[in-house]
Every structure is written in C-alpha cells, then in structure tokens.
Design a protein around this ligand. Structure first.
Ligand SMILES: C[S@@+](CC[C@H](N)C(=O)[O-])C[C@H]1O[C@@H](n2cnc3c(N)ncnc32)[C@H](O)[C@@H]1O
Length: 399
C-alpha cells in the first residue's frame, strides 16, 4: 500500500518525508517558504514580465507542487493583480489595464503520480500547527522543527483551485483512496476535497447521487465560492496550460521539444538521487533552455556547480535575504543574469575532488551505478582533496 509521511513544517504548509530516499521532500522551516525563497524570488519574475507576457516553466520533481503553486501565487498577487489593498484586505485587479494576455505553460514532471494527484489538496496555511500525531517515527524531524522559526508566506486559495481544475480528470483511484483515509485527514483541505467531488459529479443529473451533489454544492458555495469564481475568472483571462508527466525526468526531457524560460530542479539531494544531477542531464537541460533562461536549484555543491559549468552554463549563487546566506545555484546562458558570482573559494573548491561530478552517459543508469562510478572517479583522481584545498585557502587568506 502507498504510504505518506506528512507533517506540518514551520510555516504551516505540509511537508513530506520519504523512507525510501531517507530524505525530506521539503525543508522543515517551511515547504512554501522554501519554494518562495529558492525558486520564486531569485527568478525575478517582476522584471521578466515587464518585457514579456509568455512564459514556459519546467518544474522537475513536481512532488506536491510547491514550486508551481508558489509561482502561480506570486503571479496572481504581483503580476496578474496588483498588491493587496491594505484598507480592505482585498486584491485590486488592475493589471488588465495594460491589455496583456498572459500565456503560461508549466510542464510538471515527477515519477510519482499519486503525489502529483494529491497536490491540490494539501493544506498550506495552517495557523495552529500541531504535529503531535506524526504518523511516523522521526526524532530528527521533530528536533529540526523545534529549532527553526516560521515565515509567513500565504498561498491564495485560487492556486489550489486552478491546479484542481487542470488535474481533476487525471486523479486516479489510489489518490482518491488516500484522500478518504482518516489518518491523513488533518493534512488535507476538506473544502478542496468537497470541491473535487462536486466537480467530478457535476455532470451527473437526476441519479441517486443528486442528494450528495446538492450537499456538496452547499458546502462549496458556502466556503469557497468566491475563490472558485476568482480562479475561474483568472483561467478565463490567462492562457494557462498545465501539463503533468509522471515518468523519469530524464526520459521526459529527452522527448520534450519545448524550450523553457525557467527550469526548477528540485530533486532529492545528489547523494540520494544523482541521476538528476549528472553532466549529461545538465547538457540536456542546456538544450531545453532559452538563451535568456535560467535553471534554479537549491544545491550549493561544488560538484553540481562544476557539472553545470562543464555542460556549458554560466553559474551563480542564490542569496536569501531572510536567511542572510547563499541558498542555492542558478545556471544561465546569458552571464549578465547572474546577480551573485561564484567566489574565488567556490571556484577553487570546484577544482578540488569536491568538484568531481556524476556521470550518466546514456541517461538511463540506476542511481546506485552512478554513485559507484562517482566513488571510483573520486578514488582514482589526482586532484587535491577538498579538506586540503580548504586548509590551504584559509592559510593563504589568513582566515
Ligand atoms: C525533493 S522532492 C520534490 C518536492 C517538490 N518540488 C514539491 O514541491 O513537493 C523530490 C521529488 O523527486 C521525485 N523524483 C525522484 N527521482 C525522480 C526521477 N528520476 N524522475 C522524476 N521524478 C523523480 C520524487 O518523486 C519526489 O517527488
């Protein structure tokens, strides 16, 4: 049976744990906050949409969709509508005065169909977080949760509704079964589940289901009718194309003809999922990126940066204002898009053993094989070790 390991992260959005990967899907300081800080803010969409009205995004490792959701949220709040009117706490819709018809294409890729199906239903704005019913044993996560502060990003309800509209015909029985289970209930938005049932049975009239439909209809009208109407209005005004592909990202990108303006790369860590961090995969991404485009990822690893450089990209760092530290890497074709250059230390580390990257010549090797090959490459390398490089660098620079 498919098992989920959800918990509330510190910003009130649901995060997941994967026992197979022995890794968290989302940072404990906030799944939504992480998406905003590592993918959305560094992408500088405000500048992008000053010039353009069309965008193509490839969301690699969509999971439960925080990166796409945060993009839509940011778009609705800052591009499609103007900022919030603080007097009456409502969004003021102004943007269509400039007569732009926005065209958005998001290609979401993840090999886990059930997770993608569940993406519109997870709660993202829980205020009183209580994780006393964690459905898995993980002291590590509880400890991390207690150490980190909360941020306050809030997801507009319209975002989940828009995704549900796009996904409603793809949701399979397994995902529906998970939505019906009692132990997962605290992590799902029950109004979204009601809306899904309503949308699903909408077309069926005069059957024994009529009573249920009326009941669901009332729930949905009482609670989310305004958001639903706003979401439908946005869908009428924006040309939003959402494509979900549930397969190995390497296969998907190999057979994809699109050229993207942004690529979000949110795979599990390189040590857990090296197949999406290899030189060959990055070369593939290079061929799918617009000349003014940007690949964003949370990894700061020297090997990852070196693989990007060897694949032909210019590489820079992501700086988080809130955390006051570097929290990821950007890879671009146009060097002038880089805001934070790699330092002398970063470049030196990339030339040490720490910079030896993963290989996957035929783009189909198993993660274990890629790890074994990498270990051998490191063992046989004559490059300086990372510890020696760091020691020398500190001595030379009096640190
Ligand atoms: C760190 S999580 C991504 C979290 C996600 N961005 C979100 O917002 O929920 C990594 C994801 O990678 C997916 N994944 C792992 N290996 C993959 C592969 N080879 N191809 C496609 N997806 C993969 C997993 O199913 C998982 O959902």
């Amino acid at each position: 049976m498919y098992l989920l390991y959800p918990y509330f992260t510190n910003d009130g959005s649901v995060g997941l744990f994967s026992p197979e990967a022995d890794d968290i899907y989302h940072s404990t300081y906030g799944a939504l906050t992480e998406a905003y800080e590592k993918f959305i803010l560094p992408a500088n969409f405000l500048d992008y949409f000053k010039e353009k009205s069309e965008i193509k995004i490839l969301d690699i490792c969509y999971g439960i969709g925080y990166n796409t959701k945060s993009f839509l949220d940011y778009f609705l709040k800052n591009i499609y509508t103007d900022k919030i009117d603080t007097n009456n706490n409502k969004y003021i819709e102004k943007s269509y005065t400039n007569n732009k018809k926005y065209k958005i294409f998001v290609h979401a890729v993840d090999y886990d169909k059930i997770l993608s199906n569940l993406s519109p239903f997870f709660l993202a704005n829980k205020i009183n977080i209580k994780n006393n019913k964690l459905n898995f044993e993980n002291e590590k996560i509880e400890k991390m949760l207690s150490l980190q502060k909360r941020e306050n990003y809030k997801l507009k309800k319209e975002v989940s509704i828009i995704l549900l509209e796009k996904l409603k015909n793809e949701i399979n029985k397994d995902a529906e079964y998970i939505l019906s289970l009692k132990n997962y209930r605290p992590f799902f938005d029950k109004r979204m589940i009601a809306l899904y049932k309503f949308l699903k049975y909408e077309g069926i009239n005069n059957t024994h289901l009529s009573g249920i439909i009326n009941f669901l209809h009332n729930i949905y009208y009482n609670h989310i009718s305004n958001s639903y109407k706003n979401a439908m209005k946005a869908l009428n005004l924006i040309d939003f194309d959402f494509k979900l592909t549930n397969d190995d990202a390497r296969r998907v990108v190999l057979s994809d003809d699109n050229i993207y303006n942004y690529i979000f790369l949110d795979a599990f860590t390189p040590a857990k999922c090296p197949c999406l961090w290899t030189l060959e995969f990055f070369k593939l991404l290079y061929n799918h990126l617009d000349s003014e485009g940007m690949v964003l990822t949370y990894s700061n690893s020297a090997a990852i940066r070196n693989a990007f450089v060897n694949a032909g990209f210019y590489v820079g760092k992501i700086f988080s204002e809130t955390a006051q530290k570097f929290t990821g890497t950007v890879a671009v074709k146009n060097k002038s898009l880089i805001k934070n250059e790699l330092s002398e230390f970063d470049l030196g580390l990339m030339k040490s053993k720490a910079g030896i990257f993963y290989r996957d010549e035929n783009l189909n090797a198993l993660n274990e094989a890629i790890i074994n090959r990498h270990s051998k490459d490191v063992e046989s390398s004559t490059l300086v070790s990372s510890s020696k490089f760091i020691k020398n660098f500190r001595r030379k620079n009096d640190i």
